[in-house]
Design a protein around this ligand. Structure first.
Ligand code: AMP
Length: 113
């Protein structure tokens, strides 16, 4: 989609540190990491958020979820990670292209917020 920053990262128009790619999804380092390891996993097809999945294939959605296991293996993440997606205003979603944060590298609290 025109003017979508994550679509531009997927196409290579905007550079990123790539962690993983397959036919359906793309994963790259967050520009402002909040953990020692902070990746973003996005579908290559554009969907705005988890609240707008009508145009996203199940294959693309599944690929995003399955990517985390592969990224963990490739980056020696053996002690777990948090996997979250901010959806909409109350979650403070700032980029309107569906993405999953994969956060790892230190102990997180038991509570999500
Ligand atoms: P959210 O607040 O859940 O929408 O997360 C958006 C994330 O995208 C933030 O963690 C930003 O740091 C990250 N971000 C924004 N622009 C870029 C970029 N060009 N490359 C990598 N990460 C980015």
């Amino acid at each position: 989609m025109k003017d979508c920053i994550f679509c531009k990262i997927v196409s290579g128009e905007i550079p990123s540190k790539k962690y993983y790619e397959d036919d359906y999804c793309f994963a790259f380092a967050d520009l402002n990491p909040q953990m020692p390891f902070h990746a973003l996993i996005v579908p290559k097809e554009h969907a705005a958020s988890l609240a707008e999945l009508d145009n996203l294939s199940d294959a693309a959605l599944a690929a995003c979820l399955r990517a985390a296991q592969k990224i963990a293996e490739q980056n020696n993440i053996t002690d777990g990670y948090r996997f979250i997606s901010n959806c909409g205003k109350h979650a403070s979603q700032s980029v309107q292209h569906l993405h999953f944060h994969m956060l790892a590298g230190r102990q997180l609290s038991e509570k999500i917020v």
